[in-house]
Design a protein around this ligand. Structure first.
Ligand code: ATP
Ligand code: MG
Length: 196
């Protein structure tokens, strides 16, 4: 499961947990992005802070792991490069890879680097997200559609953007994300100093 995770919240965690059980996965690896190409113009918290928050959020789940692969690679992060590298972690033919993403992400897939290569490397799990209609998957080119597994999850209208705005506005973020992450945000004064 890839993401900026700035910060990680219950929308991410419930998607991963539902995918784990629905597809009978052996584990879910969270991969916080290094320097996200789509978000370069915006201010993004340091990779180390996002990595730490992802660790804090996933700590109590024995089938969740966190990888530093994109963070340590530095530079631009592209899903296709990460998937290629992950393929080498496992013996050929022994493991299937699934890329877990929200419906908003998958509907944008044609703007990603080498989307046709991505669907050769993995299947894509598209978790439902409020505001995005899964019938739009049918508008994607056939080879891409075939690799997509739509997944209905309990809909949570939570986004990292909304959480950052709430912190900046002094509003409560309780029950939107794990308390460990909430405490880390306040301890490090994230989302306050640099504004939106
Ligand atoms: P931002 O507002 O900064 O874009 P975000 O909440 O969309 O943050 P990302 O880190 O961009 O979080 O998302 C990582 C992945 O998690 C994406 O594939 C995204 O579609 C998915 N995702 C994020 N929030 C939800 C949610 N509430 N329900 C389902 N999927 C989600
Ligand atoms: Mg997003």
């Amino acid at each position: 499961m890839g993401g900026t995770f700035d910060p990680i919240h219950f929308g991410h965690l419930v998607s991963a947990e539902e995918a784990y059980f629905a597809l009978g996965l052996s584990e879910v690896i969270f991969v916080p992005t290094g320097n996200p190409p789509h978000k370069r113009a915006k201010l993004v918290s340091s990779a180390e802070d996002r990595y730490t928050m992802t660790l804090l959020a996933t700590l109590d789940n024995p089938h969740f792991k966190v990888s530093r692969l994109e963070i340590d690679r530095g530079g631009d992060s592209h899903t296709v490069d990460t998937l290629r590298e992950m393929r080498h972690w496992y013996a050929p033919g022994s493991t299937e890879l699934y890329f877990i993403t929200g419906l908003d992400g998958v509907l944008d897939i044609l703007s990603w680097k080498e989307p046709y290569e991505i669907v050769e490397l993995c299947q894509i799990v598209a978790a439902s997200r409020p505001g995005f209609n899964s019938s739009r998957i049918r508008d994607l080119p056939e080879p891409i559609q075939k690799a997509i597994i739509p997944l209905e999850i309990p809909l949570l209208a939570i986004s990292s953007t909304e959480i950052r705005e709430r912190v900046l506005d002094g509003k409560s973020t309780r029950y939107l994300l794990p308390w460990t992450v909430e405490h880390y945000i306040f301890k490090k004064s994230l989302y306050i100093r640099n504004g939106r």
